[in-house]
Design a protein around this ligand. Structure first.
Ligand SMILES: [Zn+2]
Length: 973
C-alpha cells in the first residue's frame, strides 16, 4: 500500500524511511574549516580515549591528519557558521562524585552512539552516588533487556514517593477525594509529576543520547533553576522506550558510521533487517497504545497509571526542523479542548523562548496531530496529562552528520542539544506552574464525571473470547468495567453492527463500561463506533483535493493533513457484540459487581472442559472439535505437527446427533495412533477447547455425516513468509507475531534470493506481507516469477497482503486474472482521478472499473461475508466490519471466489471517506479474493489482517488460509 503523506516519523508503519532532505533552511550549522576541525577533533578524541589517554602530541598529530583527511575527501565548502557551539555543561556547578557522561563513556556527546548496555553501567554508577535518583525496573523487552523508569527529584521528595503517588491517585478520582481542605492541601503541596520519554523509535538516536544528558543535568547540576524545579516536581525518565530497536540500530551504526554527511553515504541507509524504529517484533510502539500488544507498551503504561503524571513529553527524531506543541488539528474530540490546548500552548511557548535564545528554528501546529489515541502524546492526554511529542532534527539515519540541501551541516550533537534544551525547559515550566497545572489536572477528572456520559454494553454470548480479550485490554488501560447481574432493559440502545436507537434487553452477565468514570474519556475514545470528525478539518481536506485536481498533471500536489488512521473502534475491531446508550443508569433493574470480572478472569466461556480435564475423552469412533476460536485453530496445528491425521469439511456436517459447523476438525481413531485420546485430552485442557467423542458415523438427520465423501484430510501447513526487501517490515512483523506468538504456528522467514526450488519443494504456504507493489515487481525477475507460478499451480497457497496483492494482480506478473480498480487509470493521471464518471455504481463495468480511488487514511467499512468459501469458516454473520486504508480495491473476480465484498447502500461505518469517490468506488469491489490456480490457491487480501493487533476480528481469515488452504485442492467440491 502506498505511503500516506506526512505520517509520524515519515514511515507510518510501512516500508522504507523517508529522509527529510528538505529545502533551504536557516539552521545554524557548523561551517567551514573551523567546523571540520571541530569534527575531526571529536573523532580524534574518540580514537584517543580508547587507546592512550594523556599523550598531547599524539592527539595533535591525529587531529591534523583527520582534519586533512576530511578536507581532502571533498567536503563541499559551506558558509561560515555563527561559531556557536552548544555547551552541554553550562549548568554548573556539578556534583563531583557523578561522572559526566562524556568522561564515563570516553567520547563526547554526539560523537558515538551509546549502547544500552553501556548506558546501564552508567546508571548503576549514578545509582550508587546520586541522592536525587531512584531507579525502578518496570519490565523486560522481548530480547530480555530491562526497562527502567527513573524517578528524579529532591531528596526530600524521594523520601515520600509512595505518599506522592497516593495523593496524585486521589486527586485523579473525585469519587475518592471530594472538594475540601484535603484536596486543597494536596494541590498546594504535592510535587507535579513530569514524564520524559526517549527513543520509542530506537533509531532516533538523538533522543536516547539526550535522555542521558537530561538525567545527568537533573541529578548532578547545582544550578539554582534545576534544584528549585526538583523541589516542586518529580521527573520520571523513561530513558528508552524501545531498547531492542535502539541496540540493533546503535550496533550497526557504530560499526558503519563514518561521519560522512553526503546523503548517499552508506551510513544513511539503514538496512532492512536493522530498522531500529521498530521493536523486536517489528511493531511501531508509538502506534501500540490502543492494543497494548507489546511488552514495552504494557510495562510503560502500567507505570504511567501508577504514577499519574501531569505532563508527558515523548522525544523523537527526526523532522527537518524541531517540532513541539501546540499540535496540528485535529485533536481527539474526547479531550477537553480548552483545558488541553491551554497547557500545550504554555509548554510550547516556554520551549519557544528557550529555542529563540539559541536562535534555533522550530515549527508548531503542523503535521503532528492529537487524534489517534495510540500515540503516547494523545494516549497520555486522554488520561489527563499534557501529552506532547517533541521531534528533533539531527541523528537517526542522518547519522553523525548530514548535509542539508542548502549545504549546511546538521549533526547528531545538534539534535541532542535541542532535545536537552526542550526537556529542561519542560521540567522548569512544569515546576513553575505546578499548582495551576494540578488544579486543571483535577478538573479533567471532575468534568469527566460530571458531564452526561454514555454507557457501553459488551455482550459475551456470541464471542466470549473476544469479549474477554476486550475487557482485559480495557482494564489494562485503567478503565473500570462492571458486569450486570440481571437483564437490563434499554429504551434507546444503538447496535454497533445494526440498527439505530431502539428497545433492547442486554442479557445478564454482560459487561458495562460507564464513561462517567475517571478514565471515561479514553474509554469513549476506544469504544465509540465513530469518532466525530472535525468538520473544518474535513472541509479543508476536500478543498485541498479540489485544488490538487485543478493542477496540471506534472504540477506538484499538496499533501493532505491526515497523520494516521481515522477509525479504530474496539468492539468493531474485535468482533464483539456491543451496544451503547445515553440513558441514565438503570437503577433498580440491575446491580453491578464491584470488581467486574469473575474470579477466573475469563468471562462468558462456560463450556470449558477444564473441570473434567483429568478424565480421558470417552471412547468412540472419532473425536471432533469445532473451529470456533483461535485456540481451536492452534490445537489443530499442534496435532498436525505431531503427525495426527485430521479430516475436515467445507460444509456443516452431522456427527451422530450433533450438527457441527463447517471446518470442524475430525480425528478418526482408526487412522490415528492409539494415544489419540490421551493427547487430545491434554491439548484440550491446555487450549481450553471442548472436544466431543463421536460413537457412530451414522448421521441422525438428513445432513451428511462425518464419513461423508465431502470430508477430506488436512495437510500439515509448512509456512514461509517473505523477508527483506521488498517486504514492508511492520506487515512482516505482524504476520510473524500473529502466527508464532498468538497461534504457535512455525514460520520460516525467507529472503527472495533463497526462495529456490529446494525451498518450494518443502513449503505449502507462502506469505507475501504488505509492501510497495512496485518494489515487489522490481524484486522478482522472470525466472523467479516462473518458479512461483509453477509452485502455485502445483498446490501451493500464496497469501498476498496489501501491496503484495497489487503486485500479484499486475497483468505483467501473470499470477492471477484479478485486477485492481483504477489500475488502467493509474498510468494515465490526466482525468481518471477527478471522479467525473462517478455515481452510477450500477454501470460499474466500463466506467467504474476505470475509476481511480483516492487513497483513504484508514476507515471502517462494512463488508459482505461469502460463507461458501473456506476462508470465512468461523464467521457466522453476513457482515464483517473491515479496516480499509490506501487505494488498493479489487474488481470482482470472475474466475475465483469473492470472499469479502463491499455491497449495499451504506458502506462506511466510521472514519474518513472522500466525498463522491470512496463509497462509489468501493461499492461492488472485493476486499478478499480466493483465486484457485491449477492445483493451488492465490489469496489476495486488500487489507491487513490483524492490523496493529487492533483488528483481532480479521486474524481468523489469515489462519483459515493457512490451516485449510493447502488441502483445498483435494476438496471434492
Ligand atoms: Zn519517532
Amino acid at each position: 500500500m502506498k505511503h500516506v503523506p506526512g505520517r509520524r516519523g515519515g514511515n507510518g508503519g510501512r516500508a522504507g524511511y523517508i529522509h527529510h532532505k528538505g529545502t533551504a533552511d536557516t539552521e545554524i550549522g557548523h561551517g567551514g574549516i573551523s567546523w571540520i576541525a571541530d569534527q575531526a577533533g571529536r573523532h580524534c578524541q574518540l580514537l584517543f580515549s580508547r587507546s592512550a589517554r594523556g599523550l598531547p602530541l599524539f592527539v595533535a598529530l591525529i587531529f591534523i591528519v583527520c582534519a586533512w583527511q576530511l578536507h581532502a575527501q571533498g567536503e563541499p565548502p559551506t558558509l561560515p557558521s555563527s561559531g556557536r557551539v552548544f555547551d552541554f555543561y553550562a549548568r554548573g556547578p556539578y556534583r563531583s562524585d557523578l561522572p559526566r557522561p562524556s568522561d564515563y563513556f570516553g567520547y563526547d556527546t554526539g560523537d558515538f552512539l551509546t549502547t544500552y548496555a553501556l548506558y546501564e553501567s552508567l546508571l548503576r554508577e549514578y545509582q550508587k552516588h546520586a541522592d536525587r535518583l531512584r531507579v525502578f525496573a518496570i519490565g523486560k523487552t522481548p530480547e530480555h533487556r530491562t526497562q527502567y523508569l527513573l524517578a528524579v527529584s529532591s531528596p526530600g521528595n524521594l523520601a515520600h514517593l509512595d505518599d506522592i503517588k497516593r495523593q496524585l491517585s486521589d486527586l485523579a478520582d473525585p469519587r475518592k477525594l471530594k472538594a475540601g481542605p484535603d484536596l486543597d492541601q494536596i494541590v498546594q503541596n504535592v510535587p507535579i509529576v513530569v514524564w520524559l520519554s526517549y527513543s520509542i523509535h530506537g533509531s532516533e538516536s538523538a533522543a536516547f543520547e539526550a535522555g542521558i544528558q537530561v538525567l545527568y543535568q537533573l541529578i548532578a547540576s547545582d544550578d539554582a533553576a534545576i534544584t528549585a524545579a526538583l523541589e516542586h516536581s518529580v521527573v520520571l525518565i523513561n530513558p528508552c522506550q524501545n531498547p531492542d530497536g535502539h541496540e540493533r540500530f546503535a550496533t550497526w551504526y557504530n560499526a558503519h558510521g563514518a561521519g560522512r554527511s553526503e546523503p548517499y553515504a552508506f551510513e544513511h541507509q539503514e538496512p532492512w533487517s536493522i530498522t531500529g524504529r521498530l521493536n523486536h517484533n517489528f511493531f511501531d510502539l508509538n502506534r501500540d497504545l490502543i492494543s497494548l500488544s507489546q511488552p514495552e507498551s504494557q510495562a510503560a503504561t502500567r507505570a504511567f497509571l501508577e504514577w499519574h503524571p501531569q505532563v508527558l513529553a515523548d522525544h523523537h527524531g527526526q523532522t527537518r526542523e524541531y517540532f513541539f506543541p501546540p499540535p496540528a488539528q485535529p485533536i481527539n474530540p474526547n479531550l477537553p479542548e480548552e483545558n488541553a490546548l491551554k497547557w500545550l500552548d504554555t509548554f510550547g511557548k516556554s520551549n519557544a523562548a528557550a529555542f529563540d535564545k539559541q536562535a534555533w528554528p522550530y515549527f508548531v501546529r503542523e503535521r503532528f496531530d492529537l487524534f489517534y489515541p495510540g500515540y503516547w502524546d494523545s494516549w497520555s492526554s486522554l488520561h489527563g496529562a499534557t501529552g506532547m511529542t517533541y521531534e528533533t532534527d539531527g541523528g537517526g539515519p542522518l547519522g553523525y552528520r548530514w548535509r542539508r540541501d542548502d549545504g549546511t551541516i546538521l549533526t547528531l550533537r545538534d539534535g541532542i542539544a535541542k532535545h536537552v534544551t526542550a526537556s529542561i525547559a519542560t521540567v522548569i515550566t512544569a515546576a513553575a506552574n505546578r499548582e495551576a497545572r494540578l488544579r486543571d489536572y483535577r478538573d479533567f477528572f471532575e468534568s469527566t464525571l460530571s458531564e452526561p456520559k454514555r454507557k457501553f454494553y459488551l455482550v459475551p454470548d456470541q464471542n466470549p473470547d473476544g469479549v474477554a480479550d476486550l475487557v482485559t485490554l480495557l482494564r489494562s488501560q485503567g478503565i473500570e468495567v462492571s458486569r450486570s447481574n440481571a437483564d437490563i432493559k434499554l429504551l434507546k440502545a444503538t447496535d454497533y453492527f445494526g440498527d439505530g436507537p431502539g428497545e433492547r434487553t442486554i442479557p445478564a452477565r454482560s459487561f458495562i463500561v460507564d464513561a462517567a468514570q475517571p478514565y471515561g474519556r479514553i474509554a469513549t475514545a476506544l469504544l465509540e463506533p465513530e469518532v466525530p470528525e472535525d468538520s473544518a478539518f474535513v472541509l479543508r481536506q476536500e478543498s485541498l483535493r479540489k485544488a490538487n485536481e485543478a493542477k496540471g498533471t506534472q504540477e506538484m500536489k499538496q499533501d493532505y493533513e491526515f497523520y494516521d488512521v481515522t477509525a479504530w473502534s474496539l468492539p468493531l475491531a474485535m468482533g464483539v457484540e456491543a451496544y451503547y446508550s445515553d440513558e441514565p443508569s438503570p437503577i433498580g433493574t440491575t446491580q453491578f459487581s464491584s470488581t467486574g470480572l469473575d474470579a477466573t478472569g475469563t468471562p462468558g466461556n462456560q463450556n470449558s472442559p477444564g473441570d473434567s480435564a483429568e478424565s480421558l475423552i470417552e471412547p468412540g469412533v472419532a473425536c471432533t472439535f469445532e473451529p470456533s476460536s483461535t485456540q481451536a485453530m492452534r490445537m489443530a496445528i499442534q496435532l498436525l505437527r505431531q503427525g495426527y491425521r485430521i479430516d475436515t469439511c467445507n460444509d456443516s456436517i452431522c456427527a451422530a446427533a450433533a450438527d457441527l459447523p463447517r471446518g470442524t476438525f475430525i480425528l478418526w481413531d482408526e487412522r490415528n495412533p492409539a494415544n489419540l485420546r490421551e493427547t487430545l485430552t491434554k491439548l484440550a485442557r491446555e487450549n481450553e477447547v471442548p472436544v466431543q467423542s463421536v460413537r457412530t458415523s451414522f448421521p441422525a438427520d438428513g445432513n451428511r455425516g462425518i464419513g461423508s465423501e465431502s470430508v477430506f484430510p488436512l495437510k500439515s501447513p509448512k509456512v514461509a513468509v517473505l523477508a527483506d526487501d521488498p517486504v514492508g517490515q511492520t506487515s512482516y512483523g505482524l504476520v510473524r507475531y500473529i502466527l508464532e506468538k498468538k497461534c504457535a504456528i512455525e514460520v520460516v522467514p525467507v529472503a527472495l534470493a533463497s526462495l529456490t526450488r529446494d525451498a518450494y519443494d518443502e513449503i505449502n504456504v507462502l506469505i507475501f506481507p504488505d509492501g510497495e507493489a512496485s518494489r515487489y515487481k522490481k524484486a522478482f525477475d522472470e525466472s523467479q516469477l516462473n518458479e512461483l507460478r509453477d509452485w502455485v499451480n502445483h498446490g501451493g497457497v500464496l497469501i498476498c497482503i496489501g501491496g503484495a496483492s497489487e503486485f500479484a494482480a499486475d497483468p505483467e506478473t501473470k499470477l492471477v486474472p484479478d485486477r485492481i480498480i483504477g489500475s488502467e487509470a493509474k498510468s494515465d493521471t490526466s482525468t481518471a482521478d477527478t471522479g467525473q464518471k462517478t455515481d452510477r455504481s450500477g454501470s460499474r463495468k466500463k466506467e467504474g472499473t476505470d475509476r481511480r480511488p483516492f487513497e483513504i487514511p484508514g476507515a471502517i467499512v462494512n463488508a459482505h461475508v461469502n460463507r461458501n468459501n473456506f476462508l470465512t469458516i468461523g464467521y457466522e454473520s453476513d457482515t464483517l466490519p473491515l479496516f480499509v486504508e490506501g487505494d488498493i480495491f479489487f474488481q470482482r473476480s470472475e474466475t475465483g471466489s469473492n470472499v469479502l465484498t463491499f455491497e449495499g447502500d451504506k458502506l462506511k461505518v466510521s472514519g474518513f471517506f472522500w466525498q463522491g469517490n470512496t463509497e462509489q468506488v468501493l461499492r461492488g469491489s472485493s476486499a478478499l479474493i480466493d483465486e484457485p490456480t491449477q492445483g493451488g490457491h492465490v489469496i489476495l487480501f486488500s487489507f491487513e489482517p490483524g492490523f496493529r493487533m487492533i483488528w483481532n476480528s480479521t486474524v481468523r481469515l489469515l489462519l483459515n488460509a493457512i490451516v485449510y488452504g493447502p488441502s483445498q485442492g483435494q476438496s471434492t467440491e
